[in-house]
Design a protein around this ligand. Structure first.
Ligand code: NAD
Length: 435
């Protein structure tokens, strides 16, 4: 199908205005969804079906706090779709989480799972609370009561939560235990991101960064850039950023800059990533005071002259304000939504290849899928097997989406949306609407 510039302009690049300064990642995602739907000439009924979640549940979660007082929290679970399989998505504990955010994140999961050919639909959950202000016992009571309220929603064949902002593997263990107690049997496939000892998967912690690097190497290969000595800048040095930096370093690349909330650290000769990781770990997970590199700002890091830029910290880092200053040849989105929809067009015009979040950081959900498969089989794989299969799925997904990009003459991001929407829409048509 030819590339339609008019559609591109009307749907993709809105009139500049004050609203664009505060572009939310969800608006960006919806804009990309609308653009792909238009290219695919999705009919109105299907568009409406795919724009709305199939299920939204809001519950009140009463918790007896340590001081004996009763507090009531609001909890949500949204299933965007379950067309490709059981729905999958994280559970977020945050003071400002709300149903609209959860709805948007649930649809994001649908497209992410479809892009990497994981047989899951998309979902997301949240509890409006501040986990930092709560004791471990309060968090346990909150999690268990929320899970009890969601017994009809969750299930290994129905809807499978995972960790997200403010939750961790301990929270997953409580969900698994509560669900199992009610089912009268151990049911570890009901959540992923669990501790290894109760059915978690080897390789899960490194999976997102590993997936980022797999697709980055595939993209470098397409552009004829050798990883040896390639200049790489990584924003964010947490789970995704540090693993991505380490694996690029192991490929022989020169990681010239890394950063975290304390600032960015630049060394043109390349940073010794294993020692930087050790520094961060011994320094309460902060690079503050690191002397093996010059201190620059996070904004300056984004604009460095490099081959690959991996934004792996947070959303909205590259917008129409700085997109024209980006010098990287490839941007690989480790974080969710680091590039706004308005920046997409500028980067595209400047010939920069952006590997979109729904592809680049889908290694996490891919190994979540492996965890679920292993739990259901009751047979656990070696880390080597997990990594090998992850690499294969990520590489295949990259080449598939790259092919769609060439076929439709669009960006890699648009191709990812086109592929995933087409896949979900075709499956829905085949299954039909049960009346
Ligand atoms: P993390 O908390 O482990 O690390 C975040 C890092 O970013 C930290 O080093 C922090 O200091 C840094 N940071 C925070 N604010 C910053 C700022 N303003 N400027 C520069 N650095 C800043 O988180 P993570 O798990 O690595 O996740 C990072 C991103 O990747 C998030 O967008 C997340 O949604 C996305 N993601 C994570 C996974 C996963 O499996 N962990 C999967 C998919 C997507």
């Amino acid at each position: 199908m030819p590339y339609n510039k008019d559609i591109y302009n009307t749907l993709y690049y809105k009139e500049p205005g004050p609203k664009l300064d505060k572009e939310s990642p969800f608006e960006s995602m919806m804009e990309r969804f609308r653009f792909a739907a238009e290219i695919l000439k999705l009919d109105d009924g299907l568009f409406s079906y795919l724009s709305n979640p199939v299920k939204q549940v809001t519950v009140s979660v009463p918790v007896e706090m340590d001081d004996g007082k009763l507090k009531v929290f609001e909890g949500y679970r949204v299933v965007h779709d379950n067309i490709l399989g059981p729905s999958k998505g994280g559970l977020r504990f945050a003071p400002d989480v709300n149903i609209d955010e959860v709805k948007a994140l649930a649809s994001w999961m649908t497209w992410k799972c479809a892009v990497v050919n994981v047989p899951f639909g998309g979902a997301k959950g949240g509890i409006r609370c501040n986990p930092r202000d709560m004791s471990i016992r309060e968090l346990e009571r909150l999690t268990r009561r929320y899970t009890a309220s969601m017994l009809d929603v969750f299930g290994p064949e129905v809807d499978i939560p995972a960790p997200d902002m403010g939750t961790n593997e301990q929270v997953m263990a409580w969900i698994m235990d509560t669900y199992s107690m009610h089912m009268r049997k151990t049911s570890n496939a009901v959540v992923t991101g669990k501790p290894i000892i109760i059915g978690g998967s080897l390789g899960r912690k490194e999976a997102t960064g590993r997936g980022v690097v797999t697709v980055t190497l595939a993209a470098m290969n397409k552009l004829g850039i050798s990883p040896i000595n390639a200049k790489v800048a990584v924003q964010g040095f947490g789970n995704v950023g540090s693993v991505s930096a380490k694996l690029m370093y192991e490929q022989g690349s020169r990681v010239i800059a890394i950063s975290d909330i304390s600032g960015a650290y630049y060394n043109e000769k390349g940073i010794d990533i294993p020692s930087a990781m050790a520094y961060s770990q011994n320094n309460n997970f902060s690079m503050e005071g690191y002397t093996e590199a010059d201190k620059i700002t996070n904004e300056e890091l984004l604009e460095l002259d490099c081959d690959v830029l991996i934004p792996a910290a947070k959303e909205d880092q590259i917008s129409r304000h700085n997109a024209n200053n980006i010098k990287a040849k490839i941007i690989s989105e480790g974080a969710n939504g680091p590039v706004t929809a308005n920046a997409d067009k500028i980067l595209d015009e400047n010939g920069i290849l952006v590997i979109p979040d729904i592809l680049a950081n889908a290694g996490g959900v891919t190994v979540s899928y492996f965890e679920w498969v292993q739990d259901r089989q009751g047979y656990f794989w070696t880390e080597e097997r997990v990594n090998r299969r992850l690499n294969r799925m990520m590489r295949n997904a990259f080449h598939l989406i790259y092919g769609v990009m060439e076929e439709y003459n669009v960006t890699l991001r648009q191709a990812a949306y086109i592929y995933s929407i087409k896949k979900v829409a075709e499956t829905l048509k085949l299954r039909g609407i049960y009346a």
